[in-house]
Design a protein around this ligand. Structure first.
Ligand code: MN
Length: 445
C-alpha cells in the first residue's frame, strides 16, 4: 500500500481488457524511459483469458492489482521506534528525547499502549520534588509498562483516511497507533497527517470516464489522460495533458508516441502492445480500425520479431481464440458480462455481446441463452433483448433474440432454421448493429 505511493500510477479501466492492460504497461515503460517521474503500471480488476494468453506468450507478468486509490491510514503511518515490555523508564526517556515522538510499548509486536513525554514527566514529578536521588533512580529503573497510557484510539493500516478522520478529529490524541490486520504494530500516524493525506498521482489510459475508473479516483490527482473513447471525462482543478484520438486502440496511441520520439519497445512489450491493437480491432476487422492501427502494428510486429503480416495475423487469430467461447458460464452470466441498454422512442432494448471461435458453440446452449434473454426482457421491460454472438475468427455475428415479434421481424437480418438471425460481416455493436436495431424499433413505434 505505502510502497508504491510515491510513484505515478498508470492504469486502464475497470474489468480490464487486453488493450487496457497493454496500454498501461507500454505507456509506463515509455514514461519511465523518457519522463522525469517514476511510473508504475496497475490494473483494477482481474486479467481476462485473452490477456492471460498474451502475457504467457510473451513471458510478461500482469501489472499489480490496484483495488482502489483512496488514501489509506497505512500510507501515513511512520515506523517510529518502539520499546518492549520490561525495558526501563530510563530507556524510554532516552528514546523519546531522540525521536521526540511518543514511544509505542509492544508485547511481542502487539502494542499495549503509548508512552508519552507527559506521562513520563508526571511519573517523575514526585521524585523530582523530593531531594532524594535514590527515589528518582528507583523510578527510572521501573518497567515502561508502569507508566504507559492506554492505547486510546487505534487505527488500522487498511482503513480509508476518509472513514476515520472524523473519529480522529474528535479524539484529544495527537498521535495514533496504527496496526495491521493481525493487530501488529505498523507505526504512528499524526492527526495533522490525517487532515491532509497525500493524493495518489494517476495517468488514465484507455478510458476517461469516472464511472469506468479505479475506485477512489476522486481522491487522487489525475495528471494525464491518453484514450480513444467518447468523452465523459473527469473534471480537474488544474490543466493536464489530455489526448483523446479516435483510433482502434489505446496501444496504437502509446506506440505512436514512442515512434514520434524515435523510441522502441523491448520485444516482449512490443508483443503485448500489438495484442492490444489486435484485440480492440478484432485483427483489423472491426470498423473502428484506422490505417494508423495497421501501420503501428507492422512496426510492433518487427520489434516483437514476428514473421511479417502473416505472423501478425497468426498471433491475432490465436489471441482472439484464447478469449472466445461460452465456456461453462450460465446463459445469464454470458448475457450480463457485456450488456448495454438503449432507449428509442420509449422502447428499451438490451444488447449483449459475446465472442466465440465458431458458431458451433451456439446450438447446444441456445435454449439456455433464449430463456436468459426472455427473463431479462421480462424483468427489465424490454421491447428487445438481444445477444450478439460474434465469430471473431471469421468476422460474422449471429443474433439470439427475444422480445416483440414486430421489432424482431423488422431487423434487416435473415432468420435461420434455429431462429437465430444471420448478420454476416457485423462485428461492432456500436457502429454496425446498434443503428440497425434503433431503425427497426423506430419502424414499429
Ligand atoms: Mn481500448
Amino acid at each position: 500500500m505505502a510502497s508504491n505511493s510515491d510513484t505515478i500510477l498508470v492504469i486502464g479501466h475497470r474489468n480490464p481488457d487486453m488493450d487496457a492492460i497493454a496500454s498501461a504497461m507500454g505507456y509506463t515503460y515509455l514514461l519511465n524511459t523518457t519522463g522525469t517521474g517514476a511510473y508504475t503500471a496497475g490494473r483494477t480488476g482481474e486479467v481476462n483469458a485473452q490477456t492471460r494468453f498474451a502475457l504467457e506468450k510473451f513471458g510478461m507478468q500482469p501489472p499489480p492489482l490496484v483495488a482502489d486509490v483512496w488514501a489509506h491510514v497505512g500510507d501515513l503511518a511512520e515506523a517510529v521506534p518502539s520499546l518492549r515490555k520490561g525495558q526501563t523508564l530510563l530507556e524510554a526517556c532516552q528514546l523519546i528525547a531522540r525521536t521526540r515522538r511518543p514511544a509505542p510499548i509492544l508485547d511481542n509486536a502487539s502494542p499495549v499502549g503509548l508512552l508519552t513525554g507527559a506521562s513520563l514527566f508526571s511519573k517523575f514529578v514526585e521524585a523530582l520534588s523530593s531531594d532524594s536521588l535514590l527515589k528518582l533512580a528507583t523510578e527510572l529503573s521501573r518497567p515502561v509498562e508502569s507508566a504507559v497510557d492506554p492505547a486510546g484510539t487505534v487505527l488500522l493500516a487498511g482503513e480509508r483516511v476518509r472513514d476515520v478522520v472524523g473519529q480522529a478529529l474528535r479524539s484529544d490524541q495527537d498521535e495514533f497507533l496504527v496496526l495491521d490486520e493481525n493487530g501488529k504494530y505498523v507505526g504512528l500516524c499524526r492527526k495533522s497527517a490525517l487532515l491532509a493525506p497525500v493524493r495518489r498521482k494517476l495517468v488514465m489510459v484507455d478510458h476517461n470516464e469516472l464511472t469506468q475508473a479505479v475506485s477512489g479516483l476522486e481522491e487522487a490527482e489525475l495528471v494525464e489522460v491518453l484514450d480513444h473513447h467518447r468523452l465523459g471525462n473527469v473534471p480537474t482543478s488544474v490543466p493536464i495533458r489530455f489526448h483523446v484520438d479516435p483510433v482502434g486502440s489505446c496501444s496504437t496511441l502509446v506506440t505512436e508516441r514512442a515512434l514520434d520520439m524515435s523510441k522502441s519497445f523491448p520485444a516482449s512489450l512490443a508483443g503485448i502492445l500489438l495484442c492490444g491493437i489486435l484485440s480492440d480491432t478484432l485483427v483489423f476487422r472491426s470498423p473502428t480500425t484506422t490505417p494508423r492501427d495497421r501501420a503501428v502494428a507492422t512496426q510492433l510486429g518487427q520489434m516483437a520479431g514476428l514473421d511479417g503480416e502473416a505472423g501478425i495475423e497468426e498471433l491475432g487469430q490465436a489471441l482472439l481464440a484464447a478469449g472466445a467461447g461460452l465456456g461453462m458460464r450460465t446463459g445469464s452470466e454470458i448475457i450480463n458480462t457485456d450488456l448495454k441498454y438503449y432507449d428509442q422512442g420509449g422502447i428499451k432494448a438490451g444488447i449483449a455481446q459475446v465472442e466465440v471461435a465458431s458458431f458451433g458453440e451456439i446450438s447446444p446452449r441456445l435454449d439456455d441463452l433464449k430463456s436468459a434473454l426472455g427473463s431479462l426482457a421480462a424483468s427489465q421491460k424490454l421491447g428487445l433483448a438481444l445477444l450478439m454472438v460474434t465469430d471473431v475468427v471469421r468476422g460474422n455475428s449471429r443474433l439470439v433474440v427475444e422480445g416483440q415479434p414486430r421489432i424482431i421481424s423488422a431487423l434487416p437480418y435473415a432468420r435461420l432454421d434455429d431462429e437465430t438471425l444471420d448478420a454476416p460481416g457485423v462485428v461492432s455493436r456500436k457502429k454496425q448493429l446498434l443503428p440497425a436495431v434503433l431503425a427497426a424499433i423506430s419502424e414499429v413505434v
